[in-house]
Design a binder for this molecule. Structure first.
Ligand code: C2E
Ligand code: CA
Ligand code: CA
Ligand code: CA
Length: 278
């Protein structure tokens, strides 16, 4: 399955030593994949809740596997992180994203792009330098680039994160807390970290209709974002009711299958042309 989850990756019911061997094989394959340039990216639009305009795109990695087809990140990000291959993979994703962003810019479309960055990438020395290098050689403006960092990990070492991110912030890159609401962030940390966007985790959005706790949590996150002067993006919006709820409660931006699935650059381009432009 194209955008499917982990199910499509491997056999489920295999013995654990087989699974361990599978993992080792996967790591070797991923190494080869990076050499053979099998990493692709897809784009999912972010929509302004009120105006319905496309206000940006999230970049999601795919592995164009020679035998198993297009693999979703659920199949390989964990292995990439554990093996240290995430740095190379992340660099490649960022490079592809910035190249595409630059190509759109050259055709007169200024599209803000968000790239997922794992804490393993942020921790590695040289990350900042490589990002600046990629921006430099692609000519993609830092102001159009956002990094999405998952809440849990970002909060483990707020001091370290804020050190690494300082030069990137100064360059104009912005940071979003991904999967907000699911991690362990202390509210005290929020102030010290360089984020300016919350991405409300999909789990809260999917329970909006059924569960009044989720409604309260979503409303609270939106209110908190507003008072901190943060942007707030709801992820995993699948129904019109969810969209209406979010709009009525002042959520600025939404993303999800209701609007579009992640798609390759050329499809994203024609899709968003038919949609309202930024
Ligand atoms: P994420 O950052 O939370 O990305 C959103 C995921 O939700 C994507 O799955 C997207 O396809 C899916 N999604 C979007 N809208 C909907 C919806 O309405 N309903 C449902 N059910 N799902 C929706 P995907 O592409 O499989 O990515 C999974 C995760 O892999 C991402 O979660 C992100 O944490 C990670 N990831 C993806 N690309 C990269 C990358 O380049 N680097 C790193 N470090 N992580 C990545
Ligand atoms: Ca994300
Ligand atoms: Ca997310
Ligand atoms: Ca997620």
């Amino acid at each position: 399955k194209r955008t499917g989850g982990n199910r499509a990756c491997f056999y489920n019911e295999i013995e654990s030593d087989t699974r361990a061997r599978e993992r080792i094989r996967l790591e070797a394959e991923l190494k080869t994949a990076l050499l053979r340039d099998e990493i692709r990216i897809v784009f999912q639009p972010k929509i302004d809740c009120a105006s319905m305009k496309v206000v940006g795109a999230e970049v999601l990695a795919r592995w164009d596997h020679p035998e198993r087809g297009m693999l979703a990140p659920g199949c390989f990000i964990d292995v990439a992180e554990e093996s240290g291959l995430i740095a190379k993979l992340g660099d490649r994703v960022m490079e592809l994203a910035c190249l595409q962003g630059r190509a759109w810019l050259d055709r007169g479309r200024s599209m803000p792009i968000a790239v997922n960055v794992s804490i393993r990438q942020l921790e590695k020395p040289g990350f900042t330098a490589r990002v600046l290098e990629i921006l430099n050689f692609t000519g993609f403006p830092a102001e159009l680039l956002q990094f999405e960092v998952t809440e849990t990990v970002a909060m483990a070492d707020p001091e370290g994160v804020s050190q690494t991110t300082k030069p990137l912030l100064e360059a104009g890159i912005t940071f979003a807390i991904d999967d907000f609401g699911t991690g362990y962030s202390s509210l005290a940390h929020l102030q010290r970290l360089p984020f300016n966007t919350f991405k409300i985790d999909r789990s809260f959005i999917s329970r909006l209709a059924a569960d009044h706790h989720s409604r309260s949590i979503v409303q609270t996150i939106i209110a908190m974002a507003k008072s901190l002067n943060y942007e707030v993006v709801a992820e995993g919006v699948e129904t019109e009711e969810q969209h209406v709820f979010l709009k009525e409660h002042g959520c600025t931006t939404a993303q999800g299958f209701l609007f579009a699935r992640p798609m390759p650059a050329d499809r994203f381009e024609s899709w968003s042309r038919g949609f309202l432009q930024p």
